[in-house]
Design a binder for this molecule. Structure first.
Ligand code: SAM
Length: 461
């Protein structure tokens, strides 16, 4: 039996909408809500709900998640690790409430215009992959993660997602003071006390303390104050947590509305969703709360504000990029034929990104510690192009390039980095796929097939 922290329950009971009995009951039930978000750049599905996976996925989908376009509940939890399509970036396993970020964006931002978006607390990449699927190809998404050891998982998830217009940085929020007025949208999915995940992760209950909530609240205020400058005038900040505590939610909204020139934005809600609209105590700002006894998902809070003060932006750097040489350019163009994409060399590696984002990258790298820009295409080896793993997963990869389609068991062997055999005439580098979704590269030699799935990504099960 889960014993919920009494101090949290006492605090929540002060909120008029809170239903303690239902909240306790849902935490005692065995219900686990499983949901995924499909990557429409990789999979189009005609018949979605109820079908026993005739749509190319490895599991059936149950209902749609109502506040998002590509999110679905699953009837039960499959083994994602053993599904090759998970590794191909065909879907992202994401908690349903967090996908409300889509509804917030659609109702406060013109998603058809070219935007610059910063996801400040991005690892492991749930909000980032969601946002990247919503913004236009010309828009930039910079996903930042301050904790160095969490950057690789973010990198992996963004690479699997396969879109070209993403970059990753590894900076402290205060570093973003160097680029005032740069972003149209600032997503801050803040580190928090995590009470919203108690049902999913009961171990978190033991770690919860009032003091922890207070420290989280202070840290959230610091993060917001540090990052505020990098938002443009009329730019939109989406703030979210997976905590139920007012100190981390409405009180933070009050701090923002009192400290900075900004306006709280109200979101339209469908009554059937059962999301609770709240008002902050001092400045009356709008917040949106998700409770597991009211909605099919975990605890979550979100609020949106729009900046109302002028900001003097920075000048974009007129720096020259280091270009690939002719031989490299010819080699990469075979893999990425779309002329809207441009190449840039960083040491021996060639990266590809939408042409319009080159100036952003050259500017940002003067201020931030950039860990990824667009798609890493690979490098010239001795007389041959050595493609990077990211290139195989990229949606920009030339579809004409022949692939080696693997069976389910061979796909798992590949993902475990085991030895594969195949009777293939073609020699050299070739992408392998499962249900025509690329998994990575192999190199076909006269007497064997070398498996180039990244060692650090291999499945160990
Ligand atoms: N947005 C992510 C997603 O949807 O997958 C989840 C983000 S998680 C709630 C919060 C993130 O903030 C973590 O990745 C954590 O490493 C990072 N973080 C921790 N301390 C931070 C700080 N002082 N400033 C900025 N980010 C911090």
């Amino acid at each position: 039996m889960l014993v919920l922290p009494q101090k949290l329950m006492t605090a929540l009971n002060k909120l008029a909408h809170f239903d303690e009995d239902a909240f306790r009951a849902v935490h005692q039930s065995d219900t686990q809500v499983v949901s995924v978000r499909l990557n429409r750049a990789k999979i189009q599905i005609e018949e979605e709900i109820g079908a026993t996976a005739p749509h190319g996925l490895s599991f059936p989908l149950a209902d749609r998640i109502p506040w998002t376009s590509n999110g679905f509940y699953l009837p039960e939890r499959p083994s994602f690790t053993l599904d090759p399509l998970f590794h191909a970036g065909v879907y992202y396993v994401q908690e349903a409430s967090g996908m409300f970020v889509e509804h917030a964006l659609r109702n406060t931002v013109d998603l058809s215009s070219p935007l610059k978006v910063l996801d400040l607390c991005a690892a492991p990449g749930g909000k980032s992959t969601l946002i990247q699927s919503l913004i236009s190809k010309e828009s930039l998404l910079l996903s930042n993660e301050v904790i160095k050891t969490r950057v690789p998982v973010l990198h992996q998830n963004m690479s699997k997602w396969g879109l070209m217009n993403g970059m990753i940085s590894n900076n402290d929020p205060k570093d973003f003071r160097r680029i005032p007025g740069y972003f149209d949208v600032l997503m801050i999915d803040a580190p928090c006390s995590g009470s919203g995940l108690f049902r999913k992760d009961p171990a978190a209950i033991r770690e919860w303390t009032e003091e922890g909530v207070r420290l989280c609240s202070q840290r959230q205020q610091r993060i917001l104050a540090d990052a505020w400058d990098c938002l443009k005038e009329n730019g939109v900040l989406i703030y979210s947590t997976c905590s139920y505590s007012t100190e981390e939610n409405e009180d933070i909204l009050d701090c923002l509305l009192n400290q900075f020139a900004c306006e709280s934005l109200r979101l339209p809600l469908d009554a059937s969703w059962n999301i609770i609209e709240t008002r902050s105590e001092k400045a009356n700002g709008y917040g949106y709360r998700f409770y597991p006894d009211k909605i099919n998902g975990e605890g979550f809070f979100l609020a949106v504000v729009q900046k109302k003060s002028e900001v003097n932006g920075i000048q974009k750097v007129k720096e020259k990029r280091e270009m690939p040489n002719k031989q490299e350019e010819t080699a990469v163009r075979k893999f990425i034929p779309d002329e809207d994409n441009q190449f840039i060399r960083m040491s021996e590696w060639i990266h590809v990104m939408p042409a319009g984002l080159l100036a952003d990258f050259l500017t940002l790298k003067n201020y931030l510690y950039m860990k990824k820009a667009g798609v890493m295409a690979g490098r010239m080896g001795s007389g041959e192009w050595i493609p990077d793993h990211e290139l195989a997963l990229s949606t920009g990869l030339n579809p004409e390039i022949p692939e080696l389609e693997l069976s389910g068991s061979d796909a798992l062997k590949y993902l475990r980095r085991e030895v594969l055999t195949a009777d293939v005439q073609k020699k050299g580098w070739i992408p392998v796929s499962f249900r025509h979704q690329k998994l990575g590269w192999v190199k076909i030699l006269p007497n064997r097939l070398n498996n180039y799935f990244p060692k650090s990504w291999r499945i160990l099960k």
